[in-house]
Design a protein around this ligand. Structure first.
Ligand code: PLP
Length: 601
């Protein structure tokens, strides 16, 4: 049995029960049963399952641990959190999340005008809104409108020009100013793949000189009372905690200095996002716990505040990945197995074979525990020779095929012998003989971070978990792009099962895909977002909620600004037969994913 690393990345959200993986919640449905129910209604492509209760659990964990630690340290200020919309803006995700977190006053973070408008429309009443990123006059004006609507909103400025614009808009509109935050450009930089957000050469934030200048500008314009927050964000997926501590010290001192200079309303430090998610199925990468994280934040800020004789700041966090990643699972059906596994029936030996083939055949017959390595090396050499002889025209295609099959059989036989089972060289060769699993999905649409930045996602079959997978697996998607592949990696090997797809289905689940993947996904080859559904529970009973069908081909044409009526007209007017027109209409009103091969028998 292989647990596919679930004990490392699973966080008890899922359990393996005999042969299947189940949701570890309420009635504990098996994922494969959920998938079958949805497929029975004609939705055969890839599928995204969203679990709102997991998002809720993450939010409650974040608040719970921070609030407990606040009590433990007798920390004299409060904890606030917002969800950064850029991590997942989809209504099926955001709306249940807000509903499930209103008791905690969970807010939203916006990084663009579009996101800010969403936050203004849907934010939990009285919960905070924070605004980051580059802003123009319109975005700043929206901030004033939000404040006017009664939102508790903070505009964090990334540069002095933004503050100038705030002052201009304030003078023009003559309505109260939103709270102002200063994003500090940290001297210390972050860790992890996305560390570019911190450091002296960072894209965002004010230098210490600019902070002093900003404070002077606020004073000159009677806006010191609006300065409420110091903000930093050292980057996503922090693996270690040391960079956070440095950033806390730096920003904590800036906070204390500004108060001492007269920033009397300044009362908050926003520590940005960056809490890591454990994606690895092989060994833990994250080097800290949430408890340690909270303790470090509170301890450091308490220390700085007391040494400087200022009030401890309220703490805001904007962690997104931590909140949303575990809540979505991508399910992709296997369409085909392309095997490069040979057996003896693949041999096409002739009455009379070239001597080198006879030699290979003898190696195969006579290989044993003592001579295995030697024979295996000989066979590889012979194979090289046969390939050269083929290029020169001395052996034919049948001979070449026999050489390939025999060499393969020799490697397989060698590895089956008792002294050689764990031989590194043999294992490496064996790993190269991979099974290709063709999955009905697009990596570009559904795992864009794998394609873009080699982000690892845990993957596991939904069934057969009582048997050990033995095939070294290479995953292919259905795009016509050679990057649409998750190659076998012997350092992080994925072994899957040998399946007869004419007899049964085989689904792979990709876990922790709820952060960033949905909106970064692209329609390469015009594959749309998979169908998706929220799995909720009412009185302990599972319910499929907010089912959203994958976009049809004609809807994609519309999105690309084709005139879809014109397309239909062209297709139908050139088709004579009515029943062929019907087929065309059926297909164009469905999505692009392949229809799984029918199960026989
Ligand atoms: C992206 C971003 C976040 C969220 O980061 P995660 O790594 O997803 O927690 C928070 N704050 C700001 C300013 C960001 O740009």
């Amino acid at each position: 049995m292989n647990r596919y690393g679930i004990d490392i990345w699973g966080d008890d959200n899922f359990i393996i029960d005999k042969d299947v993986v189940r949701l570890n919640y309420e009635s504990k449905p098996a994922l494969i049963d959920i998938v079958k129910t949805i497929r029975d209604e004609g939705n055969t492509g890839p599928l995204i399952l969203r679990f709102p209760h997991i998002t809720k659990k993450q939010i409650e964990k974040l608040y719970g641990i921070f609030n407990d630690t606040i009590e433990e340290y007798k920390y004299a200020s409060k904890f606030y959190a917002v969800f950064p919309l850029k991590v997942n803006q989809l209504p099926n995700y955001i709306l249940p999340m807000l509903e499930n977190s209103s008791h905690l006053n969970y807010g939203l973070e916006a990084g663009s005008k579009a996101e800010l408008l969403l936050a203004m429309a849907y934010n939990n009443k009285n919960a905070p809104i924070t605004v980051n990123g580059f802003k123009d006059k319109e975005m700043i004006t929206l901030g004033f409108i939000a404040k006017n609507q009664g939102h508790n909103i903070t505009l964090t400025i990334e540069g002095l020009n933004e503050l100038e614009t705030i002052i201009d808009v304030h003078n023009e509109l003559q309505i109260p100013c939103p709270s102002i935050g200063l994003r500090v450009r940290l001297h210390s930089s972050g860790s992890g793949t996305w560390a570019k957000s911190g450091g002296i050469d960072a894209k965002f934030g004010l230098s210490s000189t600019e902070i002093l200048e900003a404070f002077d500008m606020l004073k000159r314009n009677n806006l010191v009372d609006s300065l409420k927050m110091i903000h930093f964000h050292i980057g996503s997926a922090m693996e270690a905690i040391a960079p956070l501590k440095k950033a806390l010290k730096e920003s904590g001192h800036i906070y204390a200095e500004l108060i001492k200079m007269g920033a009397t309303s300044l009362d908050a430090i926003n520590i940005g996002g960056g809490l890591a998610v454990e994606y690895s199925a092989y060994e833990r990468v994250t080097q800290y716990s949430l408890k340690e994280f909270a303790s470090d934040v509170l301890f450091t800020l308490n220390d700085i505040a007391s040494k400087n004789g200022v009030k401890v700041p309220n703490i805001f966090t904007e962690s997104g990945r931590f909140i949303s990643a575990p809540s979505s699972v991508l399910i992709a059906p296997t369409l085909e197995l392309f095997t490069s596994e040979y057996n003896e029936t693949n041999l096409r030996l002739k009455e009379k074979n070239p001597p080198i083939i006879e030699e290979l055949n003898l190696l195969y017959r006579d290989i044993n525990n003592e001579n295995a390595k030697e024979y295996m090396h000989d066979s590889l050499e012979h194979l090289e020779s046969v390939l050269t002889l083929f290029d020169l025209g001395y052996v034919d295609l049948k001979d070449r095929s026999n050489a390939e099959v025999l060499t393969h059989l020799i490697i397989k036989k060698a590895i089956s012998l008792k002294d050689h089972r764990n031989d590194k060289e043999l294992r490496n060769l064996d790993n190269k003989i991979q099974e290709k699993y063709l999955l009905n999905f697009s990596i570009f649409q559904s795992l864009p971070d794998f394609w873009g930045i080699n982000q690892e996602f845990p993957v596991m079959p939904l069934s057969h978990l009582d048997k050990k997978g033995t095939r070294s697996a290479n995953i292919w998607d259905i795009t016509c792009d050679s990057d649409g592949e998750i190659p076998f990696d012997s350092r992080k090997p994925l072994y899957l099962h040998d399946i007869d797809l004419t007899q049964e289905d085989y689904f792979l689940g990709f876990f922790l895909v709820g952060a960033y993947q949905d909106i970064l996904g692209m329609k390469h080859n015009l594959f749309s977002s998979p169908s998706e559904v929220n799995i909720i529970f009412e009185d302990g009973k599972m319910k499929l909620d907010k089912f959203l069908k994958s976009q049809s081909i004609i809807e994609i044409f519309d999105d690309l600004d084709y005139n879809s009526a014109d397309i239909l007209e062209r297709l139908l007017s050139t088709t004579q037969e009515e029943h062929l027109k019907d087929i065309l209409m059926d297909y164009i009103n469905d999505n692009s994913y392949l229809k799984t091969i029918a199960i026989k028998g």
